[in-house]
Write a protein that binds this ligand. Structure first.
Ligand code: UD2
Ligand code: MN
Length: 581
């Protein structure tokens, strides 16, 4: 099969790809193929396993295989070993009703053990890897708001059961002002059996970003490890993450995020070689390294993958480094965009984001957030992304604004950005251009969509700039006065001057400086079939009330705007060059 083909069975866009054949195999055998031969050896239970200092590897030991769930009390319990579960007959209605408590199969989550065993899905070779004996300790920070009881417990148990205890300084559960009763006294009582678990209650809803910051402030470990509150950490997940941070404190280490199926609660592995990327306007996604690139470079399943961006929820970062970077922008609200912010910040200010294939954590991907947003969800995420774009994207922010519809045109208040911009200066971070060239060269990011002379198709004459006025002249490709750029934010630019839909001395005027929020400067270049170089045939001036089109008048050598009419040849325009993007 082709790794990472389109046949995703998971419902969420955020879930990494899994090819069906691999998934079926795993389900049929109850095992991931890569570890089938490890079962008999996997009996090393508990943390009694000592650091083995061999003479060849002083100061290092094999990744500890700690899994207190290997011989479960009830091997036949539903969901055991990560198996899929079916809702029992007669319970379908109840399961359906309870779905909305978490936007996944809450009924089944409650049915399966909170400390179920899951298959060791690590690629072959991971169990033999060496890590340092003196790894730093970590604080696990899990923020939650109205999390499903059994999912939260399973997350905590998976950390306790599959991590070397000496590395866990504490598990901080940050309650982001949940309303559910069971998350109050009951949770306190339940967690009191685990001395390492601390619950931090926020007095008002902080949103996940500021909740994480509250967690960080209360953390006492050397490294911060953030997790969502509906995960299952797999065997050996922690040491490989801490190892990377230990090697270089500017490395931010992410596990491979596997899929806990939202419908049947099965633990499913994902395809190898996936990177965290984004597409415009800053949508997070996964992209598989093409098989020929893998083959040509001899990339192994266990090799670390450098990522342009992280998914956001699961990662380890050196605590003092996190603070050096100025943490997250505390102006980000509730949910979304913070993964972009931290990723750009890390890369541009000297760090690295890595996915560690030997560290694997399952996560329940959901179609929708199960909790409410204090303000409109769309506006919240948009506001966060605009803050990120304005601070980090430099001139490339036009690509963000040029893709999709943005609420910024409607007077969205994004708050003050001075501190964030100053932070970037103080840290002497590199440019977004550097990031594109060095970290994410395969992202298509042409700032201009079209350039060169702008020719009126019917007249065969070109737009020229004379002082601040647009005129129509004989085309002369070598004349600077006839060179224009059409950008993603729909400006027709000549240097810092932009063509405006304002007539001056009978012809359109050029305006200075360009401002992409000024609607009088925005021109929609389109054809009947959208923006397609071969088919582009006219430029429409985008106006809220009425559509006005740029029109040429050769006898007067002028440009004006008039009611759009597809039959009028003098309204058809073409640039010299068009760019893919
Ligand atoms: C992904 C990330 C998530 C976060 C988000 C973008 C993974 C696996 N998940 O979406 O961590 O980066 O993208 O912002 O990479 N929560 C609060 N307060 C809130 C909202 C959420 O504490 O106001 C908690 C929530 O209970 C959960 C965590 O924050 O434990 C992440 O939220 P999510 O699971 O809804 O986000 P997800 O996985 O869709
Ligand atoms: Mn989540």
């Amino acid at each position: 099969h082709i790794p990472g083909n389109q046949s995703m069975t998971s419902s969420s866009l955020l879930a990494p790809q899994r090819s069906v054949s691999q998934a079926k195999l795993a389900l049929a055998r109850g095992l991931h193929p890569a570890r089938s031969n490890l079962t008999s050896k996997s009996q090393t239970v508990g943390h009694q396993q000592s650091h083995t200092n061999t003479s060849e590897n002083p100061g290092r030991h094999r990744v500890l295989r700690i899994d207190l769930t290997l011989s479960p009390r009830d091997p036949n319990a539903p969901g055991q070993f990560g198996r899929a579960v079916v809702v029992p007959p007669g319970k379908e209605k109840e399961a359906e009703r309870r779905w909305r408590e978490g936007n996944f199969n809450v009924y089944l989550s409650d049915l399966i053990p909170v400390d179920r065993a899951i298959e060791d899905t690590r690629p072959a070779g991971c169990a033999e890897q060496l890590v340092h004996n003196d790894l730093p300790t970590t604080s696990i920070i899990m923020c939650f708001v109205d999390e499903v009881w059994s999912a939260l417990l399973r997350s905590v148990h998976s950390v306790l059961n599959r991590s070397p205890p000496h590395l866990i300084k504490e598990i901080l559960l940050v309650d982001d002002f949940s309303t559910k009763e069971y998350l109050k006294e009951n949770l306190d009582k339940y967690m009191s059996q685990f001395p390492k678990v601390r619950i931090l209650r926020l007095k008002e809803r902080h949103g996940l970003i500021r909740a994480r910051l509250a967690g960080a402030q209360n953390a006492t470990g050397d490294v911060l490890t953030f997790l969502d509150s509906h995960v299952e950490c797999n065997v050996g997940w922690l040491e490989p993450l801490l190892e990377r941070v230990y090697i270089n404190r500017q490395k931010v280490a992410c596990p491979v995020i596997e899929v806990i199926n939202d419908k049947d609660m099965s633990y499913m592995t994902v395809d190898n070689f996936q990177r965290g990327v984004f597409t415009w306007p800053m949508n997070f996604g996964w992209r598989t390294i093409p098989p020929d690139v893998v083959a040509k470079n001899g990339i192994k399943e266990t090799d670390i993958i450098r990522c342009p961006v992280m998914a956001g929820g699961l990662f380890s970062i050196d605590k003092s480094y996190f603070y050096e970077l100025g943490t997250y922008d505390p102006g980000l609200d509730v949910w979304g965009g913070e993964n972009m912010e931290l990723s750009f910040k890390v890369w541009m200010c000297g760090g690295e984001i890595e996915i560690i294939p030997c560290s694997r954590v399952g996560h329940i991907f959901r179609n929708d957030n199960p909790y409410s947003f204090p303000k409109d969800r769309l506006k919240t995420v948009e506001r966060n992304l605009v803050r990120v774009a304005e601070v980090w994207l430099d001139e490339y922010k036009e690509l963000f604004y040029g893709h999709g519809d943005h609420l910024i045109d409607q007077g969205l208040d994004v708050g003050n950005l001075t501190q964030q911009r100053e932070l970037r200066k103080r840290l002497k971070c590199k440019s977004f251009k550097w990031y594109l060239d060095n970290v994410f060269p395969d992202l298509k990011a042409p700032i201009v969509r079209a350039s060169g002379v702008l020719v009126n198709v019917a007249l065969g004459r070109c737009v020229s700039i004379e002082n601040t006025t647009a005129t129509l002249e004989d085309c002369d490709g070598s004349s600077q006065l006839q060179q224009f750029n059409y950008t993603w934010v729909r400006l027709i630019k000549h240097g810092d001057w932009c063509m405006a839909a304002i007539t001056d001395k009978g012809s359109l005027r050029f305006h200075h400086p360009c401002d992409y929020r000024d609607n009088r400067l925005k021109w929609l270049h389109k054809s009947t079939s959208g923006f397609h170089p071969e088919l582009v045939d006219h430029i429409v001036f985008e106006h809220y009330q009425q559509l006005l089109c740029m029109e040429g008048d050769f006898s007067q050598k002028t440009l004006k705007v008039a009611a759009c009419n597809p039959m009028k040849p003098y309204q058809k325009w073409k640039f010299e060059k068009y760019y893919e993007g």
